[in-house]
Each structure stands twice: as structure tokens, then as C-alpha cells.
Write a protein that binds this ligand. Structure first.
Ligand SMILES: Cc1ncc(COP(=O)(O)O)c(C=O)c1O
Length: 508
């Protein structure tokens, strides 16, 4: 059974200009056609609705009868009427001359054509980069949130503090300095709705259409999408197991995007020599660098590597952090550390972009950090994920090693595996999604042609038994799909990344 709706927001005009039953009929029909009332949902009984709207019952009966006659409702004796399933929505009519009407701007078309990987609620096992919901201290979080919500009437009530709630900016500045070696004060912090909103904000503020942007290849599709949508002309910064290929770029970039602490997707860390070289190249091109530090807190081998930002003496590194991995993605909180020279230029733009984050959540997060919960949670999850990582390796070897090899790296909560042969990794991902397993395709992380088909697999989000079961199912899938799919791949064994041609979402 679907949801129940009260319909008490229907607007009734009692001036007599239109029949009451026509008014009810027209508004309910609009709600059904707009899919606000989903198919299968129950509407109020005629008696209830006439009481709620203060109209005669006959008006409601007449409206419901008409809706049933036209196929919008199914009436049932002694039960609430049900909204029926409507056929798929009609496409917009072609304009004269046969050209489809497109309401989107050129920027809008770029935005909607970008690839993404979103996942589905409940399908967490092996989801790349996803933390474990069963080990998040939701009771503590709920207590802090509700306390702040209850006392929000003063400084958390209006759209204040566009740059971020000051106590949270202070807490973030301390955390980034101590844990990540970032060199900053609270005035340099901007709190955003996750890292993605920071990428969009920075892309819009820092580049003009046609500007060269040096983007990791392979690289994070989310950042790439934001840059391309702002009109960037991408220049590939190739990354492979040997690291970042820092030959002087063919065109001097205006902006450089890197993930030095934990490369996305390969999981490698940028060596010191390459960091210094990168800073020198940025200086030579007078470029800014966006350092995406998304997964650096989970380092399972060796010492934590301080941020590139901490080495920067010329104010060119814009550091982006997120709470998506160390807390959870739906919290939608992240932050930017701006070089002091550009702070004043960027903060006023936040009012226009609307990229500022909800204050009650920000205040609860400040309390969470200041009371030591973040540190405790990180300590606990580091231990837990380290065990899961070992179990993941063992299960991977047992079930997938005939078809894929794993690139074992020391940082982050996901790993890359490459198919031994030519396999359409996007088709493989679609087949896995049909089984409720939400991995993502390595080819999707390339702007151009993928060097190898492969998969990104997360090992943090589910316990070892569930993970083992899912890897076994992927093994069966590989047995079934790896051979026949090989024929669909390109002759040289690579798979073309359709993101380059704007294929839209993977949406697994
Ligand atoms: C490379 C990279 N950067 C940043 C993020 C975080 O994005 P957000 O904070 O918008 O959830 C992710 C999330 O998957 C990521 O993979």
C-alpha cells in the first residue's frame, strides 16, 4: 500500500465563480499528473475530505467520480480511493521544423550531461567510498542535533553566517591544522554542502569558459563534471601507478585539480618530489591548485601524509575537505580552506550561489567535534576498516582473482581492480547493480579513453560476511560476463569512456 494523503492543502474558492466539485477535481488531477500523489497512494474518504475542506460531501463524491471515470482513481466500496498508475509522461512536443524544444541553456545542457554514480538506499555493500552506517554514533548525533534545533531561535534562525558557523569554522581550522597539516585560521574556512558544492563554487568563481584546467586522468568524475560545466577546457594530467606525470603542460593551466593524499580512483599518494614539482609548475603558470583531500584520514600503511596546502608558500592551494567519508555522505558538509588573498573575493559570492550549509547541522557538528566524538569515531572506524580491508583482500583473492587484479594501496576506503581481459566495465556495473551490488566502473573515471576496464570497490560499508557474499556473487557474474563481453570492447582491449561524449548518469 502506498502513502496516505490528507489533501487539506487544496484551495477552495467560495465566491461561487466555479463549482466546488470542479475545483476539487481539477486540483487533485493536477497533483496526480505532476506525480505529487504517487500511484498506489490512498486519498481521504469522501466524508473526511468534505470535513477537512468544509464543503458538502456531494461535491467530493462528484469530484472523485469524475476522476475515477477519467482513469485517475480507483474507487473501492468501504475503502479509501487509490491513485492509479499513469502511463509514462509524454515527451515535450517537437517545435516547428521537427527540432525538439530544449529549455536548457548551454550551461544547463553541460550540467545535465555529466556522468555520476549515485547508488541506491540500502545497497551499501562494496559501494566505493561509503562508510559504515552501523558504526556511526547516531544517538549522540541525534542528541546534539535536537539540542541545537530546540535552541535555534537566536543565531541559528536566519540565513546568517554565510561563510559558515563561526564555532564550526574554528573547530575545522583546528582539525585541519592538527590532523592534516593544513596551514590556516578560521577566517580562511568556508563551510559548504559537501565537497561537490565546493567544486561547483570554485569552478564558477575561478574559471572562465575556455580556460585550461589541468585535471587528473583518471580523476574524480564529480570534480571534472563541475569544471566542464563551468566551461573548462580540460588538459589531462596523467596518473598511473608511477604517480603524476608532471611534464610541463601543453597549455598553461589557470587551475589544477589534484587528489595528492589519496588519488581518486587509484588510491596512490603523491610523493614529496612530485608535490614540490607541482607547486613549482603552478607558480610558473600562475595557476591555483584545488587539493581534494576526500579520503586521507583512512591511511592503513605508513604515516599520514600532510596536505599539499601545508607546503604552499605562495598561496596557490585551495584545500577542500569533506565529512562524507569520516562521518556520512548525506550530512552534506564539507569545507574549503581559501588562500588568504582570495578570501574576501569569494565570501560575498556565497549569497548569490546559495552554497551555504544549514546552520543547525553546522552547530551540531561543531559540538560533535569539540566534544571529541569525531576523534573517537575516527579511531574506532580506522581499526574496524583495517580489519575489513584484510578480509576484503582475502575474499577478493578467493572469488575474483581469475578475472581481476587488485591494486592494493594504503589509503582510502576503496580499491581499484582491473579486469585481466577486455570487458565492458559499465555493462558489468549495470549487471552488478541489478543484483543490489553498487560498484562503479573504472572507465567512468576517465575523460578520454580508459587505459583499462576495471571496478572501484569499497570495503568499509558492510561487515565481512556480507562483503564476502557480495564478492562471491561478483565472481559468478564475472564467470558469466567476462568472456562474452570481451567481444563488445575495442580491438586494443580498452573501453571507451562514454562520459567524454556526455552519456549522462550511470545512476547505479
Ligand atoms: C574524490 C572525491 N572527492 C570528494 C568526494 C566527496 O564528495 P561530497 O562531500 O560532495 O559527498 C568524494 C565522494 O565520493 C570523492 O570520491
Amino acid at each position: 500500500m502506498g502513502r496516505e494523503y490528507s489533501l487539506d492543502s487544496l484551495q477552495i474558492d467560495r465566491t461561487g465563480a466555479e463549482n466546488l466539485h470542479r475545483q476539487i477535481y481539477a486540483q487533485v488531477r493536477n497533483l496526480i499528473e505532476a506525480r505529487v500523489l504517487a500511484s498506489g497512494s490512498a486519498l481521504p474518504s469522501t466524508r473526511e475530505l468534505s470535513r477537512v475542506l468544509g464543503v458538502g460531501r456531494n461535491s467530493v463524491i462528484a469530484a472523485y467520480d469524475q476522476l475515477a471515470l477519467e482513469g485517475y482513481l480507483r474507487l473501492r466500496r468501504g475503502a479509501r480511493p487509490l491513485v492509479v498508475e499513469l502511463p509514462a509522461r509524454a515527451r515535450p512536443a517537437p517545435a516547428a521544423g521537427g527540432r525538439a524544444v530544449d529549455v536548457l541553456s548551454a550551461r544547463g545542457r553541460l550540467l545535465q550531461a555529466q556522468a555520476y554514480h549515485s547508488g541506491r538506499p540500502g545497497h551499501l555493500v562494496l559501494h566505493p567510498g561509503m562508510p559504515d552506517p552501523d558504526n556511526f554514533p547516531f544517538d549522540t548525533w541525534a542528541r546534539l542535533l535536537s539540542r541545537r534545533a530546540r535552541h535555534a531561535r537566536h543565531d541559528l534562525f536566519g540565513a546568517y553566517h554565510l561563510q559558515g558557523y563561526p564555532p564550526l569554522r574554528e573547530a575545522i581550522a583546528r582539525y585541519a591544522t592538527v590532523s592534516r597539516g593544513v596551514n590556516c585560521g578560521p577566517d580562511q574556512i568556508v563551510v559548504t554542502n559537501g565537497a561537490q558544492s565546493a567544486f561547483d563554487l570554485l569552478a564558477r568563481l575561478l574559471i572562465d569558459p575556455g580556460d585550461a584546467v589541468w585535471m587528473e586522468e583518471p580523476g574524480y568524475y564529480g570534480a571534472r563534471a563541475a569544471l566542464v560545466s563551468a566551461g573548462a577546457s580540460l588538459v589531462p594530467l596523467h596518473v598511473d601507478r608511477g604517480g603524476w606525470r608532471l611534464d610541463p603542460p601543453t597549455r598553461p593551466p589557470r587551475l589544477i585539480f589534484v587528489t595528492p593524499s589519496c588519488h581518486y580512483p587509484l588510491g596512490i599518494t603523491m610523493p614529496m618530489e612530485q608535490r614540490l614539482n607541482l607547486l613549482r609548475l603552478a607558480e610558473a603558470s600562475d595557476a591555483l591548485i584545488i587539493e581534494d583531500d576526500y579520503d586521507s584520514e583512512y591511511r592503513f600503511q605508513g604515516q599520514p601524509i600532510p596536505a599539499l596546502q601545508g607546503l604552499d608558500v605562495s598561496g596557490r592551494v585551495v584545500f577542500v575537505g569533506t565529512f562524507a567519508k569520516i562521518l556520512f555522505p548525506a550530512m552534506r558538509l564539507g569545507f574549503v580552506v581559501l588562500p588568504p588573498a582570495i578570501c574576501d573575493r569569494i565570501v560575498p559570492a556565497l549569497a548569490t550561489t546559495g552554497h551555504f550549509a544549514p546552520l543547525v547541522t553546522q552547530a551540531a557538528l561543531a559540538d560533535f567535534i569539540n566534544a571529541g566524538h569525531l576523534t573517537r569515531h575516527l579511531r574506532r572506524t580506522r581499526r574496524l576498516y583495517a580489519q575489513r580491508r584484510e578480509a576484503f583482500y582475502a575474499a577478493f583473492d578467493a572469488h575474483l582473482s581469475p578475472w581481476l587484479s587488485l591494486q592494493r594501496t594504503g589509503t582510502g576506503i576503496q580499491q581499484v581492480a582491473r579486469f585481466h581481459g577486455a570487458v565492458d566495465d559499465r555493462a558489468f556495473v549495470a549487471a552488478s547493480a541489478a543484483e543490489g551490488i553498487n560498484v562503479s566502473a573504472l572507465s567512468m573515471q576517465y575523460h578520454g579513453r580508459a587505459a583499462h576496464p576495471g571496478l572501484l570497490l569499497g570495503f568499509a560499508s558492510a561487515d565481512q560476511r556480507e562483503q564476502e557474499r557480495a564478492l562471491r556473487r561478483l565472481g559468478l557474474l564475472a564467470r558469466r560476463l567476462a568472456e562474452p563481453l570481451a567481444a563488445a570492447s575495442l580491438p586494443d582491449g580498452t573501453v571507451r569512456a562514454s562520459a567524454a561524449t556526455g552519456s549522462g548518469g550511470e545512476g547505479a
